[in-house]
Design a binder for this molecule. Structure first.
Ligand code: MLT
Length: 368
């Protein structure tokens, strides 16, 4: 029996992904796998049975992925599974920032009397906006979400600039040719909207700060459905006060941006649609089962992806430090091995389990 611990509410569709060998529970001291959405796992005490954590979502900044890799725990995410939901919220944010629907709605609800329609006609000039057709959007990050945003914006008549030095082959193939690949500075200088679709890493923290705002077009609308920490809050408040930024729409609430003029704060609803929650839950569960039962790694963020059909009676799965690869190879011979950053993974199918006389930088071995 495998115990899967749910650290957040996860769509009930997961019931169809786990058979009778699994029990999905809300409390468990020593689970085999974990399903998580936004729960912070920095303080999580890893039990000896834990082999994998699957995040039902794209961002993994709530999981200490390196620490998990050191303990031989594979972390998965679900790239693309909620991309359409996030894309639709970006379109919504563009429209909410361009037309003062929120202000107008608040105001109109304050009216009373038989002549509400007349009062509305008289006061509506205070809520006039601008159109998105014909404007330029700069997309920072051309992964699954960025590509979908690009397609929709082209269909809505915008000019699209895109920046992503790490674009995958999949994204390159899917990106419409009308998207003008640009530098960040070109995006800052030429965009009426800037939308962020990059992960929060040490290298991207506060990437949109004073320097970036100093290069932006006056009146730019900044959309942040990616992670709050990408934007320097003090710098954007100054840029708003200076009239450089017309509106900031952010899907990550923090006290310092609440009730701030020209900031629209959304309570992290990007992936909160029935469809996205189901897609993420199914993808995360399948990846967990595939790893627990067959050792195949699909969509890991801290170990290399590696999948193999079984060709022997016993499968040995070896998680190791990348710099130990020669020692590992010397024992296992020419088998399926992959390396990513500091960590490597090998799958060996034989009649019996592979054993190592010395540790050889091994983080975990599983025999399936
Ligand atoms: C993501 O990273 O994909 C989202 O934050 C998912 C979520 O809302 O849980």
């Amino acid at each position: 029996m495998y115990n899967i611990l749910k650290l957040n509410k996860i769509s009930p569709v997961i019931a169809g992904q786990f058979d009778e060998k699994y029990s999905c529970v809300d409390v468990c001291d020593n689970p085999d796998g974990i399903l998580v959405r936004s729960a912070k796992m920095d303080e999580y005490r890893v039990g000896e049975k834990l082999v994998a954590i699957a995040r039902a979502g794209a961002g993994v900044n709530n999981i200490p992925c390196d620490k998990m890799a050191e303990k031989g725990v594979v972390v998965f995410n679900t790239p693309g599974a909620n991309a359409n939901a996030v894309k639709e919220l970006v379109l919504c944010a563009m429209l909410l920032a361009s037309r003062d629907i929120i202000g107008g709605n608040k105001w109109v609800n304050s009216l009373s009397g038989d002549d509400v329609a007349k009062q509305a006609e008289k006061g509506k000039a205070n809520f006039a906006g601008t159109e998105i057709f014909g404007k330029t959007i700069g997309i920072v990050g051309l992964g699954a979400i960025g590509v979908l945003v690009a397609k929709s914006c082209l269909a809505l008549g915008l000019k699209v600039l895109g920046y992503d030095p790490y674009m995958s082959e999949k994204s390159k193939a899917a990106l419409p040719k009308e998207v003008v690949i640009s530098s960040l500075d070109e995006i800052y200088a030429g965009s009426d909207f800037i939308t962020l679709h990059v992960p929060l890493l040490d290298s991207t923290k506060n990437m949109i700060g004073k320097d970036a705002f100093s290069k932006m077009k006056k009146g730019v609308i900044v959309l942040n459905m990616a992670r709050g920490g990408l934007v320097d809050v003090n710098a954007i408040k100054e840029a708003i006060a200076a009239g450089v930024v017309r509106k900031y729409v952010v899907d990550f609430p923090e006290e310092s941006v609440l009730n701030t003029e020209n900031v629209i704060v959304i309570p992290h609803l990007g992936a909160s649609t029935e469809e996205a929650e189901d897609n993420c839950a199914v993808m995360a569960s399948r990846q967990l089962v595939e790893y627990i039962e067959n050792g195949n790694i699909v969509n890991s963020v801290n170990y290399p992806n590696l999948s193999k059909e079984r060709t022997g009676k016993v499968r040995t799965c070896i998680l190791f430090d990348a710099d130990a690869i020669d020692k590992i190879n010397a024992v296992i011979g020419d088998k399926a091995v992959a390396v990513r950053g500091n960590y490597g993974y090998a799958i060996v199918d034989k009649d019996a389990a592979v054993t190592f006389e010395h540790n050889c930088g091994i983080r975990k071995i599983r025999v399936l």
